[in-house]
Write a protein that binds this ligand. Structure first.
Ligand SMILES: Cc1cc2nc3c(=O)[nH]c(=O)nc-3n(C[C@H](O)[C@H](O)[C@H](O)COP(=O)(O)OP(=O)(O)OC[C@H]3O[C@@H](n4cnc5c(N)ncnc54)[C@H](O)[C@@H]3O)c2cc1C
Length: 448
């Protein structure tokens, strides 16, 4: 079997999701491996270090003409190389920790005409397990990996191998489809991500239960998106979960069913919509990038807001791990965006973080006693204590309960961005200076 592993170097390090994919490939016997990376010449050093990990060919696609590639241009360049080696299977990380769009894998599947399996936790031969359960694949296929395989360390006797660098002359590519030239999406402005700081009132542990009882009987504050002053004549929305976004920016919304990539592409080619909006759920994150490739148009992932002047559409998305908000425009049609939707959650959500890793069972019993939903930080999910479907945050789910109770959670920006729509946030933390108290309405300093 010929396996190609697509990797990205982020701040001099291998993107952790790609490292997991590489480790899985290294554990498979009797296979031929090629590692391919798109990046500036400066990443060759990190790739060279990586070659000590095992027996594989390493290729860096690098040229000034490739710089600034968005996901459409990136998948075009990677596919241009991959078609020259005809792999049976392509491994990618689910996403990169800087761009975190999760679009490259699905886009590559569309470009190569391969099947796609995302959220992979384990794989060998033709079988595996993903976040959605057991699966079997027939080749050729693209797999996108979770951070489930810890990458090995190089053995002392291992040696550094050559990194082949391929530029525009070595790759048969159309330069107008590469780099900024080939990237329909463009960041027009960035802002420090607005964080919903709140005024924290300190309370005692004994005050907590009566307070939550009182708050859950209050009316739920609605998450309304104010309509834009000027609106687009019409937009298309795939599914109704994003109706509140679509109706805020358009006079008319045409709702499309969630059907196959082929049917969606055919409809788009026939109806020529200016805008197609998608829900950023697992299906949307798999399907929208494939449709974008087939339509050769830009796709902006995981947006949290849209703005229009009646003519143009701007999309806002958290970037750089949620620390900034980027305002993005797309120069091709249809303009496409996947939108983060706030998932329905119970009135009360009790979430645990790394601070209560040893007491997770107690958190679950507490939630049951209070007829509340349980949640978790990625810190606790990455430790394998809590299951991924409970993860709240940038790479988990966004929620809007009446009461969000965060226990042993520090308050990282990637966590808080997903609970901004909670009516009341209560934090329980052993550290009085924990960042989460700046974003809570009530605080209890307590070692749980
Ligand atoms: C691209 C990207 C995406 C990410 N996506 C997410 C995401 O979706 N969701 C998410 O949550 N994170 C996400 N993160 C990770 C995030 O940056 C933090 O690493 C993570 O949220 C930290 O988890 P934590 O608060 O549980 O752990 P820590 O940060 O380790 O905090 C533990 C807290 O527990 C407190 N504590 C310790 N002991 C006790 C005790 N006995 N009782 C009470 N308190 C105690 C400590 O004071 C501390 O404040 C992402 C990061 C990146 C870069």
């Amino acid at each position: 079997m010929k396996i190609a592993i697509c990797v990205k170097i982020v701040q001099g390090e291998l993107n952790p999701f790609d490292a997991s994919a590489l480790e899985c490939a290294l554990q498979m016997e009797g296979v031929h491996r090629t590692v391919v990376c798109l990046g500036p010449p400066g990443v060759a050093g990190a790739l060279r270090k990586m070659t000590r990990l095992g027996d594989f060919r390493t290729v860096l696609l690098s040229d000034t003409a490739f710089a600034g590639s968005d996901t459409l241009a990136t998948s075009y360049l990677l596919a241009s190389f991959l078609k020259t080696i005809s792999p049976d299977v392509i491994f990618c990380g689910r996403q990169s920790i800087d761009g975190d769009t999760a679009q490259t894998g699905p886009s590559l599947a569309a470009r190569m005409g391969f099947s796609l399996q995302t959220q992979v936790l384990e794989f060998s031969g033709r079988k595996g397990r993903s976040r959605e359960g057991e699966f079997q694949v027939s080749t050729p296929t693209v797999l996108t990996f979770e951070r489930s395989y810890p990458l090995r360390f190089p053995s002392l006797r291992s040696r550094v191998r050559e990194v082949e660098i391929l530029d525009r002359h070595a790759l048969d590519v159309d330069l107008s489809r590469c780099g900024t030239q080939g990237s329909p999406t463009r960041v027009v402005q960035t802002f420090e991500a607005p964080r919903g700081r709140r005024k924290c009132q300190w309370i005692s542990w004994s005050e907590l239960e009566p307070l939550v009882r009182e708050l859950r009987h209050q009316a739920k504050k609605s998450v309304k998106i104010p309509p834009s002053e000027k609106r687009l004549p019409q937009v298309c929305a795939v599914g109704r979960e994003i109706a509140h976004y679509a109706e805020a920016i358009a006079e008319e919304v045409v709702y499309w069913e969630k059907v196959s990539v082929e049917e969606l592409v055919a409809r788009a080619k026939q109806e020529k919509p200016r805008v197609i909006l998608w829900n950023a759920d697992v299906w949307g994150r798999q399907t929208a990038p494939q449709v974008a490739v087939e339509l050769e148009t830009g796709l902006c992932a995981d947006c949290t807001a849209l703005e229009t002047d009646g003519e143009r559409l701007w999309m806002y998305r958290p970037a750089v791990g949620g620390n900034i908000l980027a305002k993005i425009e797309c120069r091709t049609r249809p303009v496409m965006a996947t939108l983060r939707t706030v998932q329905a959650s119970g009135e009360v959500v009790i979430a645990g973080g790394k601070g209560v890793a040893k007491k997770w069972d107690e958190i679950l019993r507490w939630a049951e006693r209070w007829d509340a939903q349980a949640g978790a930080s990625r810190g606790l999910v990455d430790q394998g204590v809590a299951p991924y479907p409970l993860q709240i945050g940038l790479t988990g789910k966004s929620i809007s309960p009446k009461v969000y109770l965060a226990v042993g959670i520090s308050g990282a920006v990637q966590h808080l961005c997903a609970v901004e729509n909670a009516d009341t946030i209560i934090a329980v933390n052993a550290d009085k200076n924990a960042r989460i108290f700046e974003y809570a309405d009530y605080g209890i300093v307590k070692a749980f």
